[in-house]
Design a binder for this molecule. Structure first.
Ligand SMILES: CC(C)(COP(=O)(O)OP(=O)(O)OC[C@H]1O[C@@H](n2cnc3c(N)ncnc32)[C@H](O)[C@@H]1OP(=O)(O)O)[C@@H](O)C(=O)NCCC(=O)NCCS
Length: 176
């Protein structure tokens, strides 16, 4: 059991537990999950994961990371986070990933919707932004369905293994 912060129809956002970390570490090293994330080439050690968790717990003001829980089974399926939270300017950067076996059920879309609700209603932020690589069509779809608009692009900015340099799209969503 764990505290549920926001409940949706398909998934809910809960507190990330230390006991989730081994599972998250396995998913985070899956090259298909990493493909369109920052540092796709990187290998993450379990000890890195533990240190990251401790930092997250101690410096919770600047970053909120939620576990995404499937409502039907209550099991962990991925993570969604608000990073670089800037209370002075009222914005944060959104990031998310799901375990590969849970893709395609609209869990990503609902997790982003709930993370926006947390950002706007609970943290009182005014804007959330995201960086997405151009070939990541499911992720672009998730952002657009959640009201994000394309704000700009960095051309041939990110090297994706096997695909070469791709554009990075900058998306933003205001509270209104
Ligand atoms: C991106 C990710 C979170 C998507 O999660 P998901 O739960 O499978 O996504 P959803 O089912 O909520 O929505 C995907 C949408 O993209 C659409 N889609 C899927 N594949 C597509 C494709 N090849 N082309 C266009 N649209 C596509 C789906 O039809 C769906 O849209 P719809 O609801 O209008 O039908 C998941 O694939 C993931 O974790 N990827 C690895 C990490 C990552 O890339 N994170 C994002 C970094 S910006």
């Amino acid at each position: 059991m764990r505290p549920i912060l926001l409940k949706g129809n398909l998934v809910s956002l809960g507190i990330l537990l230390r006991e989730d970390l081994r599972q998250v570490w396995l998913w985070y090293n899956d090259r298909e999950v990493r493909r369109y994330l920052a540092f796709p080439e990187e290998i993450f050690f379990y000890e890195d994961e533990l240190e990251w968790y401790e930092t997250l717990r101690r410096e919770k003001r600047g970053e909120k990371v939620f576990s995404i829980l499937e409502n039907s089974s209550r099991s962990l399926v991925g993570l969604v986070g608000l990073h670089r939270i800037d209370y002075h300017n009222g914005h944060a950067e959104l990031g998310y990933f799901l375990a590969r076996e849970h893709w395609g059920h609209r869990y990503g879309s609902e997790a982003v919707k709930l993370a926006l609700e947390y950002a706007f209603t609970w943290l009182n932020l005014r804007k959330v932004y995201a960086r997405v690589y151009e070939p990541n069509l499911p992720s672009i779809r998730i952002l657009e369905k959640n009201g994000f608009q394309l704000a700009g692009r960095w051309k041939r900015h990110q090297y994706v293994p096997g695909e070469g340099f791709v554009d990075v799209l900058l998306y933003e969503r205001f509270r209104e």
